[in-house]
Design a protein around this ligand. Structure first.
Ligand code: NAD
Ligand code: TYD
Length: 351
């Protein structure tokens, strides 16, 4: 049996990755390590929590003694590292937390893997999950490839870029069997409603203003989270050690167009008059350092490992809206308590 550590498995993408691995690989023991910050939620994993090949461990990747003990106990054969502070706006109000978790936490995991694998690195794998935001911002043309030079602008992307550099340094210096992927914006079920799509679905549902940053002209490439999890499965098993793979949806949207699409679909689903939800659109002060455009060229992943997104965006966004409308208890739980304070602090100052 292989022992696999997945960090951040109670978060949005992590929970989809844990679910896929627990269901598809009964011969693996999956340990999900998560600190359960505001973004971590064990309710995301209710359907698999009692499976025999799954174990949850609550802990902080910044605590290096704890991490060394955990690796000493489980002797992991593979690590899929997703734990991170992940929201750009929070990185603007509290950058230091991003350095602790995203940089120091990653280095602690690298050290622990290096220690237990030093005599026999063959067959082991440290897989670091990163973002396209490390490449910076594009103008109207071009796409990010694996060769694009890093040019991060937000404290979030700077911390992810730094962690990517450490992962490559541990491969080059210590021979650690690492692999990295950089993915575009994900959407789907279980995403914390601080990110654009679930935030706007929830606000439309509650007839609250839709805070569009700047003129809504920024462009993002959107990928269904289940397709990201499929790519992670493929890269973990078939990706080449020392390599980087870009993952994207070949699916660019200007923010305001995407927002209008969501408004239109929500009107239909909620039985409201056409155009009702669009009236909630409110242009607010732009995000500081707001990257204009991200676009991922995922050709390498397609050509070398045969991966492609399985779902068209029109279908994915329908499924996603339906999920948030059906899972009212989940949504209400994550938007009670601290969320209200966050929302006030984040959005009152913009209006
Ligand atoms: P998320 O914020 O939903 O989840 C992060 C998880 O990490 C949470 O469960 C949280 O409790 C846990 N965590 C945070 N700090 C921790 C710590 N110190 N120790 C242990 N656990 C900790 O994030 P997400 O959107 O699922 O992103 C997961 C990963 O994918 C991140 O590394 C992110 O940079 C990357 N990524 C995200 C996107 C996206 O669109 N969301 C796109 C590309 C890459
Ligand atoms: P977000 O979901 O925070 O992802 P990222 O910043 O990592 O791409 O934001 C997606 C886009 O939506 C981004 O251009 C910022 C914009 N946005 C808004 O206009 N209003 C909002 O309230 C939020 C959260 C994001």
């Amino acid at each position: 049996m292989k022992n696999i550590l997945i960090t951040g498995g109670a978060g949005f993408i992590g929970s989809h990755v844990v679910r896929l691995f627990v269901n598809n690989y009964p011969e693996y023991k999956i340990v999900n390590l998560d600190k359960l910050t505001y973004a971590g939620n064990l309710a995301n994993l209710k359907d698999i929590e009692n499976k025999a090949n799954y174990e949850f461990v609550k802990g902080d990747i910044v605590d290096c003694d704890f991490i060394l003990r955990l690796f000493g106990k489980h002797h992991f054969d593979g690590v899929i590292h997703l734990a991170a502070e992940s929201h750009v706006d929070r990185s603007i109000s509290n950058p230091t937390e991003f350095v602790f978790t995203n940089v120091i936490g990653t280095v602690n995991l690298l050290n622990a893997a290096k220690n237990i694998w030093k005599d026999k690195p063959e067959g082991k794998r440290f897989y670091h999950i990163s973002t396209d935001e490390v490449y910076g911002s594009l103008g109207n043309g071009g796409m990010f490839t694996e060769e694009t030079a890093y040019d991060p602008h937000s404290p979030y992307s700077a911390s992810k870029a730094s962690s990517d550099h450490f992962v490559r340094a541990y491969h080059d210096t210590f021979g650690l069997p690492t692999v990295i992927s950089n993915c575009s914006n994900n959407y789907g079920s279980y995403q914390f409603p601080e990110k654009l799509i679930p935030l706007f679905i929830n606000n439309i549902k509650n007839k609250k203003p839709l805070p569009v940053y700047g003129k809504g002209e920024n462009v993002r490439d959107w990928l269904w989270v289940v397709d990201h999890a499929r790519a992670i499965d493929l890269i973990f098993h078939k990706g080449e050690v020392g390599e980087t793979y870009n993952i994207g949806g070949f699916n660019e949207w200007i923010n305001i167009d995407l927002i209008r699409l969501i408004c239109c679909k929500m009107d239909e689903k909620l039985g409201r008059s056409k155009g009702d939800s669009e009236k909630l659109i409110t242009f607010v002060k732009d995000r500081a350092g707001h990257d204009l455009r991200y676009a991922i060229d995922a050709t390498k992943l397609k050509n070398e490992l045969g991966w492609e997104p399985s779902l068209q965006f029109e279908e994915g966004i329908e499924l996603t809206i339906d999920w948030y409308l059906e899972n009212t208890e989940w949504l209400e739980n994550v938007t009670s308590g601290d969320y209200k304070n966050y929302y006030k602090k984040q959005y009152n100052q913009r209006s």
